[in-house]
Design a protein around this ligand. Structure first.
Ligand code: URA
Length: 244
């Protein structure tokens, strides 16, 4: 259930503020009855009319994209670089989808796309503690002490103590002098993984997000995407509310 003025704004009738005025003026009917109450809650399936005309609500859509490197995760770019929307079919490019949070230009992996603002807020708010797991190939051989340091938390952005949910050492590559580390975060500050690895003296060479809560890249090739199933969206909502 959502507030009537919010639904009107979503249907592009007017801004939320202006929609409130329209409601107070008695111009809105819900299932044939005039509603002048601002807090009135409606379902997206209710019949809503403004000045006698039914409103059209865009369906909420959710996709899981396997982002390749070399794409920005915004809907437009001032440097004219390719955006993740360039990976969508024409049909989906027209729906005004946008990314849920960000992945860097040089980061690959799971990126959710939607046209549902509430869902985006829910997923990106650190309070909801949605887990994001990254595989980071870093420069040099990472010794145990550094892993312990990373687990305890490292300072980034001058004064922010970034504490990961989990850190695992996956593989040491002596020939290439690199280390593969899995790191799980429940927040998403700008370039957080890169900054955390730099803080322990091992800059990231390659970064991939391999898990978003319970969602993985299984069955989705790099550059491809799939719709989320209804039960998957429900589970994301459920998992994000239980930790509030
Ligand atoms: N952390 C980063 O450093 N980059 C990303 O794209 C995501 C998390």
């Amino acid at each position: 259930m959502e507030r009537l003025q919010k639904i009107l704004a979503q249907a592009n009738i007017a801004s939320r503020r202006k929609s409130e005025e329209i409601i107070l003026e008695g111009r809105v009917k819900v299932n044939g009855v005039i509603v002048k109450e601002l807090g009135f809650k409606v379902n997206r399936s209710d019949q809503i009319e403004v000045d006698g005309k039914p409103i059209e609500l865009a369906e909420h859509l959710y996709f899981l994209l396997n982002k390749p490197t070399g794409f920005v995760s915004t809907t437009s770019d001032e440097k004219s670089r390719k955006t993740v929307l360039d990976l969508l079919t024409e049909e989906h490019r027209d729906i005004r989808l946008y990314p849920v949070g960000r992945l860097d230009f040089d980061t690959a992996g799971i990126l959710l796309l939607t046209n549902d603002g509430d869902f985006t807020n829910r997923m990106t708010h650190p309070e909801h503690e949605i887990e994001k797991e990254y595989l980071a190939r870093v420069e040099g051989i990472v010794i145990r002490k550094k892993i312990v340091q990373l687990r305890k938390g490292v300072t980034i952005d001058g004064d922010y103590l970034a504490v990961p949910k989990e850190v695992r050492l996956i593989e040491l590559n002596k020939d290439q002098q690199s280390t593969l580390i899995s790191i799980t975060l429940t927040e998403g500050r700008n370039k957080q993984v890169r900054k955390m690895m730099e803080a322990i003296g091992h800059p990231v060479k390659k970064l991939t997000r391999i898990r978003y809560d319970f969602l993985t890249l299984e069955g989705v090739e790099r550059g491809a995407y799939r719709p989320l199933k209804v039960h998957e969206v429900k589970k994301l909502y459920a998992n994000s509310s239980s930790k509030k």
